[in-house]
Design a protein around this ligand. Structure first.
Ligand code: ADP
Length: 197
């Protein structure tokens, strides 16, 4: 069985599924008013407090799927972060510098407004386990209700990173544990500075 996906013009996605005979094609037409640039630009929003090897795995995987990817650090006033917004952006810039098509930015306010301002119609989120699903499901559908143009795409990291979270990393580091297997090298150093001794 072969599956082919192609874009025709800016507004149509043609998904042909061939089962060894003439392909049956499912065509989904997107109305012109929904817009379309012909280029796929995705936003990967998150706290990234700090960026982990799980985040990085997702960024690398998705950078091959989209023409450009904006990793957008949220300036979330509800959560009290360990790293400042500037520190989180700087760490992400450093560890994604070698990945083509990836930019790092920050934003506050509604994600859908930010996505629109960037001309992006795709929001990328990671799914690690069932426990992520409920929150992500709620967010994705709420965002789509607010702005129907914006669709959320979920990706799974490599299984070796599927249990990682920034909060676990912060906890290990605060207790003097070794975080080398879980975060990029520059982040190990930054965590040492936050929790000296
Ligand atoms: P947020 O506070 O928005 O959840 P996070 O930085 O914790 O910010 O996560 C940002 C996104 O990255 C979320 O979609 C989350 O599911 C995903 N993510 C976090 N850790 C991992 C991981 N280890 N592997 C894959 N995706 C992850």
């Amino acid at each position: 069985m072969t599956v082919s996906i192609q874009r025709t013009g800016c507004y149509a996605l043609v998904l042909g599924v061939c089962l060894g005979r003439k392909p049956d094609c499912l065509t989904v037409w997107y109305p012109e008013e929904l817009g379309g640039t012909g280029l796929t630009k995705a936003i990967y929003p998150g706290s990234f407090d700090p960026v982990t090897l799980g985040h990085l795995d997702l960024i690398r995987r998705s950078s091959t799927l989209f023409d450009s990817l904006v990793v957008a650090v949220t300036n979330n006033r509800v959560k009290q972060p360990l790293f400042t917004l500037e520190e989180r952006v700087a760490m992400l810039q450093e560890v994604t510098a070698d990945i083509e098509g990836v930019q790092v930015d920050s934003f506050s306010g509604l994600l859908v407004d930010y996505a629109r301002s960037k001309g992006a119609q795709i929001v990328l989120r990671g799914l690690r386990a069932i426990s992520d699903f409920e929150y992500e499901f709620q967010m994705a559908l709420t965002n789509r209700k607010i702005d129907p143009v914006v669709n959320t795409v979920f990706m799974m990291p490599s299984e070796e990173f599927s249990y990682l979270s920034s909060s676990i990393i912060r906890e290990i580091a605060s207790l003097g544990g070794d975080v080398t297997p879980f975060v990029p090298a520059p982040v190990v150093e930054k965590l040492r500075q936050k929790f000296p001794g």
